[in-house]
Design a protein around this ligand. Structure first.
Ligand code: SAT
Ligand code: MN
Length: 623
């Protein structure tokens, strides 16, 4: 549905009521009234100078970017190297999501659970409403209707973000489907989630703006009972692109709980075997485990191919056929730049050829960008992410460790041609990963869905590089969802079990745990990783096909060395043995840690998972 008239930025602010400023979208239908009313309400609270309804057009985006360059908020990169691309430098205090300032404001505290910051809804509204009062003064308030998943798709959901950050608007334009056809859905009565964002930096008349407005005080507040997000004070990443972690994970996990599906922190790929058969794999990894690399894997073994469907979030819904169907609700990648290079992830490097917004990376004198790991040697005369001259002798990184690229998924050279198909893809396997120096084998297959859920609930990474036979301090990140689950994680474990019951046992995806990071006694990684992880995927797919063997162990099904495709690499036999060795004593200690972790949930962890823990202990002691 088209919008006849989009409000534009007038030369002079007027005293007219903001809600009538400029043109309003000419989309009619029952649903529009509620949206208009809400926009009026937020404008009355935040008192912006202008309101701009975003239509998602190319011309609008170009104008927005031009304006940000003129205001010094973006640096246009040299089009010869990086066409259509820009560099943003954030305030040095606003460089990442702020989990300590992120709240779940459910009516009941036990619905947030021990892993979330809970706030009483009324109390936190009373705290943040005064902060939003007048917070957009002197600025433009943008109204951004967006769809997660193809517009109108059976697994898709709609949201609207109100924001006073043009950088956020440009980012949402890449990360989601934005525009007037979404308004058409709203007009026809589709439900939508309300998200409000302000950088918290009102401008007095005549006051000059800064390159990255933000506020020292930050609040990222989720209201799962009313499906709202309110974010104040930050312009960065998931704090500002509310469609991402706030909506597509925290709020969507609550919607999924109520509707019988799962919102997951997972990459999504299609693996094509040498016989040309396609399989779909979703995988959850905590941060710093190579998730983006796996999402864009280039297999080292001949005949295998990987197509990318998503790199961060997957929504999984049981289908009428008894299979679990998945979509990537996003439309772009918001990826960590450092460590992305020709040798680690060539597909990502190729994706970034142009039309990319970089944030907090280094600038080259020729107007291109650089970050640690893009090339082995840094180019000369770099400017660091804070705008200062930089050389390798500077003793600090040139790009911020959490510097990012924001780019359309469609630019990935190995994106699946049907990556945005509304119905998604049926899953064949689910992987849970972690960064474990000890205990966890390179790959292990769960015996059934419940065992797989048990594995997911135990994802963790070692804080310290532990020696073989000991467990280091574990940073627990169940399902890689610890900061992203919008409700009590013990209830979430239970919901995973329930979703499994809706699948046909012979059509449910198989569940596997993987660990690319196991170390030998000497602290060496035992597995080459990267493209060779395709060898692990090979075994997983062959297990799904039923064409390769496994042996039972106390912790699940393991490949024998002869079951793995090891052609073309030389991993010493002793290393292979160690990659799959189960140290009973060390595992028993780990079960103790699991028990302590489960106990933090006040008796809410499902009995089926306690039974898995007991069964694991029984099997460990039997061997
Ligand atoms: O900033 S985001 O939340 O979008 C990315 C991340 O922290 O994982
Ligand atoms: Mn993520």
């Amino acid at each position: 549905m088209a919008i006849a008239d989009i409000s534009t930025r007038p030369a002079e602010p007027t005293a007219a009521p903001v809600s009538t400023f400029g043109g309003l979208p000419a989309v009619y239908g029952e649903g529009m009234a509620e949206l208009m009313e809400w926009v009026d309400e937020i404008a009355a609270l935040t008192t912006p100078d202008r309101i701009h309804w975003i239509d998602g057009s190319r011309a609008e985006n170009d104008a927005l970017l031009r304006e940000m360059v003129a205001e010094g908020k973006l640096i246009k990169l040299n089009p010869e190297w990086r066409p259509g691309s820009y560099l943003a430098r954030s305030h040095p205090s606003d460089v990442a999501r702020t989990e300590g300032r992120t709240f779940i404001a459910s009516e009941k505290e036990e619905d947030a659970g021990p892993t979330n910051n809970w706030a009483a809804p009324d109390a936190i509204r009373a705290t943040i409403t005064p902060l939003f009062a007048g917070s957009m003064k002197g600025r433009t308030m943008y109204v951004v209707p967006f769809s997660m998943g193809a517009v109108g798709g059976p697994l898709s959901h709609i949201g609207v973000q109100i924001t006073d950050s043009a950088y956020a608007v440009a980012s949402i334009g890449i990360m989601t489907r934005v525009g007037s056809d979404v308004l058409g859905e709203i007009a026809q009565g589709a439900p939508w989630v309300k998200t409000v964002h302000s950088v918290g930096a009102p401008l007095a008349p005549g006051q000059e703006d800064v390159a990255w407005p933000c506020n020292d005080e930050k609040y990222i507040v989720h209201f799962p009972d009313t499906l709202e997000v309110w974010s104040y004070g930050s312009g960065y990443g998931g704090n500002a692109i509310l469609a991402k972690k706030c909506f597509a994970l925290r709020i969507a996990s609550v919607i999924g709980r109520d509707e019988g599906w799962l919102a997951e922190h997972m990459l999504l790929i299609r693996v094509i075997s040498p016989e040309g058969k396609a399989y779909h794999v979703a995988a959850a990894f905590p941060s710093a485990c190579g998730k983006t690399n796996l999402a864009m894997l280039r297999p080292t073994i001949p005949g295998w191919r990987v197509e990318t469907l998503g790199d961060d979030i997957a929504w999984l819904r049981p289908g009428e056929d008894g299979r679990l169907w998945a979509i990537n609700p996003e439309a772009g990648f918001f990826g960590v730049a450092p460590g992305t290079g020709e040798s680690t992830n060539v597909a990502a490097v190729e994706t970034l050829w142009g039309n990319t917004i970089f944030t907090n990376v280094a600038l080259r004198p020729d107007g291109d960008v650089w970050w640690e790991g893009l090339t082995d040697t840094p180019p000369a005369q770099l400017t660091d992410w804070e705008g200062n001259p930089w050389t390798p002798a500077s003793g600090r990184p040139a790009a911020h460790p959490n510097s990012r690229f924001t780019v359309a998924a469609a630019q990935c050279p190995q994106i699946a041609p049907d990556w945005d198909a509304p119905e998604g893809v049926p899953l064949d396997a689910i992987l849970f990963g972690g960064r474990r120096a000890t205990n966890v084998p390179l790959v292990v297959e769960a015996t059934d869905w419940t065992h797989g859920v048990f594995m997911g609930s135990n994802i963790s990474s070692e804080r310290t590089a532990a020696a073989e036979g000991t467990v280091g301090e574990l940073r627990r990140d169940p399902f890689a969802m610890l900061p992203f689950c919008g409700y009590n994680m013990a209830d979430y474990f239970g919901h995973w079990l329930k979703v499994g019951q809706k699948l046909r046992f012979d059509r449910a995806p198989r569940i596997f745990q993987v660990n690319w990071f196991r170390k030998g006694d000497d602290g060496r990684f035992l597995w080459p990783g990267f493209g060779d992880n395709a060898r692990v995927i090979d075994w997983i797919i062959r297990r799904v096909e039923g064409s390769v063997g496994a042996v039972e162990s106390a912790v699940g099904r393991l490949p024998r060395t002869s079951d793995l495709n090891l052609e073309g690499i030389s991993v010493p036999e002793a290393d292979l043995d160690e990659l799959f060795s189960i140290n009973t004593e060390s595992w028993m200690r780990e079960t103790q840690l699991t028990e302590e972790f489960y106990q933090t949930f006040d008796g809410k962890v499902p009995a089926a998972l306690w039974a898995e823990l007991a069964a694991l202990r029984y099997r460990l002691q039997r061997v």
